[in-house]
Design a protein around this ligand. Sequence first.
Ligand code: SAM
Length: 288
Amino acid sequence: MSGVAPSAAVRAGTLYVVATPIGNLGDLSPRARDVLAAVDLVAAEDTRHAGQLLTTLGIAKPLVSLHEHNEEARVEGIVAALAGGRAVALVSDAGTPLISDPGYRLLAAVRAASLDVSPVPGPCAAIALLSVAGLPTDHFRFEGFLPARREARRERLAALARSPATLVFHESVHRIGEWLEDAGEAFGADRPAAVGRELTKLHETIYRASLGELRESVTADPSRVRGEYTIAVAGAPDEAAGDAELARVVGILAAELPASQAAGLAARLTGRPRRDAYALAIRARGTD
Ligand code: SAM
């Protein structure tokens, strides 16, 4: 740690949470570079990895490791450095720290100590995929990695099946086929989704289709044996709007047709379950 006052790019006693590329060095922002060059210390998920990035940028900086297994122990020292007026940058291996990456415990301690923080925003695989998926983005829910064990993963997917927000997940290359199969079962094979493979890298591939079709195309692609994957799945259709539409259509048809026929046609027109249409048609006609 140098005792030199931080340069104009950073403020003393501030923790900078710095996003780094998810595979394309060109995505590192000029400000990220300036902040990394100006801080006194860089806390990194993997010091070797961060060291390589800094070397590429021509920056030499003291590094301290901060990962899942040592975060608790490292927090105190980093907070003390900040309290002593040092400027510190937090980086993860790729993308935005704390997003499926370490840093939460440090930020909680920094918050408890009322120390200053500043984001240096940039690459994030989840946001990168959402920006190109063509799925609703007014509400989205980041779920990150689901459990690796299949049974636990299926339970989590089932619990998410009625979520109206677009869902975003990470998954490893080894499980992507199985993951898409399980998601198709939980959400329905026709649910719109998108898979981003190797985003921003040379072999970037963006698949946009239903979960059923995605499973076919991703597993048929020989290149799937390598790479990093992020998945977005459209939220569940709006049940309330669907119910209102079904009631409207059944109301019109049941005035002219027997309940069973009205129900069959209404179900086909709205894509809603026939049994729901039939219950509404019986009520509309009184008898039948
Ligand atoms: N903090 C990171 C971010 O902001 O994107 C996410 C870190 S998480 C540990 C790593 C996972 O992100 C990978 O397993 C993969 O699911 C996803 N990921 C990272 N880079 C990616 C890329 N270039 N394309 C697609 N997914 C990527």
